[in-house]
Design a protein around this ligand. Structure first.
Ligand code: THU
Length: 141
């Protein structure tokens, strides 16, 4: 997959959409029935995917975004460049608040985050748009 500067077209995101869609089909979401897949690409062009994993103790549910980020870190990848969330929902799904904070840890403020669905709708944000004035690792130095 080739990252370009704008990434505003559906075509730019197709490889991540395909992977995130596949990940969404692995979601464990028996309580909400809301299946989410996430996929991201790092600076070495490696891609990572995740799905949401719910729990009978509802509060222990982990979103697709945080699941794949844990997986990427375990593969020694912390330089993520672009991230896509996929849901089969008419209204596009943006990352939840908790995920925005975790995304801000591993993607730069100008990195792109997108949401797509089965209707070929696409919305793109920067990390900074999703979480302005984020509390980032740089503030701890
Ligand atoms: N969910 C995600 O996986 N990512 C998001 O960005 C929003 C919400 C999951 C959590 C839960 O399993 C289901 O969607 C409904 O909230």
């Amino acid at each position: 997959m080739k990252l370009n500067k704008n990434m505003t077209n559906l075509n730019d995101w197709l490889p991540l959409i395909t992977q995130a869609k596949k990940a969404a089909s692995n979601a464990y979401a028996p309580y909400s029935n809301f299946h989410v897949g996430a996929a991201a690409i790092d600076s070495d062009n490696n891609t990572y995917t995740g799905c949401n994993v719910e729990n009978a103790s509802y509060g222990l549910t982990v979103c697709a975004e945080r699941n794949f980020i844990s997986f990427a870190v375990n593969q020694k990848s912390t330089n993520l460049k672009a991230l896509l969330v996929y849901t089969q929902q008419e209204k596009l799904t943006p990352p939840c608040g908790a995920c925005r904070q975790v995304i801000a840890e591993f993607l730069s403020q100008d990195a792109l985050v997108a949401s797509a669905n089965h209707l070929d709708h696409l919305k793109v944000w920067t990390v900074a748009e999703l979480l302005p004035d984020a509390f980032t690792p740089q503030l701890l130095t």
